[in-house]
Design a protein around this ligand. Sequence first.
Ligand SMILES: [Zn+2]
Length: 317
Amino acid sequence: MGINKIQFQKGLSMAEFMESYGTEDKCHAALVASRWPAGFVCPKCGDTHHSTFERKGLQYWQCSICREQTTAICGTIFQATKLPLTRWFLGMHLLSQSKNSISALELKRHLGVRYKTAWLLKHKLMQVMTLREESRQLDGRVEVDDAYLGGELPGGKSGRGSENKTSFVAAVQTTETGHPLFVCLTKLEFTKDAIAKWAKVSLCASANVVSDGLWCFRAVTESGATHDRNVTGGGPACVKLEKFRAVNTLLGNLKTSLSGTYHAFDFSKYAHRYLAEFQYRFNRRFDLSVILVRLLRASALTAPHPEHFIRTAEHCG
Ligand SMILES: [Zn+2]
């Protein structure tokens, strides 16, 4: 799909969204269908025989074999939420349809909730995206570059070696002619060991990596990938630029997308999630009309993540 077709594709309009997910009942039905597409399955024993009942306005399923009682949100990322599902669905819609990322502050306004609530909702959904993208592997022609974001201080150095920045590897799988297909953004320190470990997780053995002269990128071959190293200053600038067009464009878009959507402190602490959110949307940009359905399914299949887990930085990246 060409770039214009991506930008001008239909997506899911707000009118269509309200039609499908405008009430609590519709959201509940959509969550149930997404979680149990072939009918109820007991989360404890896996049996399908069950009865249902209502308590305090909530629908419960009770397993006929082990007697486990469960609700639609129990055991999912939505577990223990005090928010109506309509808020969650609107949050998922805004997060997945917006061209650039949406800040917790903007979400707060759209959802009519407190900032803290909007922040937690956004980070829980970003955690879902992070887990979905963890197994992403790039193949074929892959442009890689070292990148740095966040924590700008007046007078600080820019680029490599700058202080207070989060370093991450940006990798873009392209067609043979350089059109971007998929992206992988991973927070790491630029050492040979970290790159070797990253390559084994994120690259197929048949990948052909195109990198600049940063010495540690030589370690990508430990994944079995081949490596085309282009030493900075070693050739005409236009040739070099052409070789890295996809990754340079991507990094420009990433910076635009993230600017204004996070606090600098938040970014350095939760960079893995902000990067995964961008990656998730980018890798699904070909079909915006079903991205919400896919995010809902992923959310229904993601185990609960309590607030203290979400607020601890070290789990990923
Ligand atoms: Zn059971």
